[in-house]
Design a binder for this molecule. Structure first.
Ligand SMILES: [Zn+2]
Length: 55
């Protein structure tokens, strides 16, 4: 049986406290561009910019 390929996923890191708060799957279309999302950080207790980090 062939092993299933793992879906590429990225971590989203809060740019203020540098904690990893979110994991998300990245579609093929988005793979070339860096993700940058405004999400709620439970550590900063506010919405902050979350950027994609490798590994
Ligand atoms: Zn934060």
């Amino acid at each position: 049986m062939a092993k299933k390929k793992k879906k590429p996923f990225v971590k989203l890191q809060c740019q203020e406290c540098k904690r990893i708060n979110y994991f998300t799957h990245k579609s093929k279309k988005l793979r070339e561009q860096k993700l940058e999302l405004k999400k709620f950080c439970k550590w900063c207790k506010k919405h902050t910019i979350h950027k994609e980090v490798k590994k």
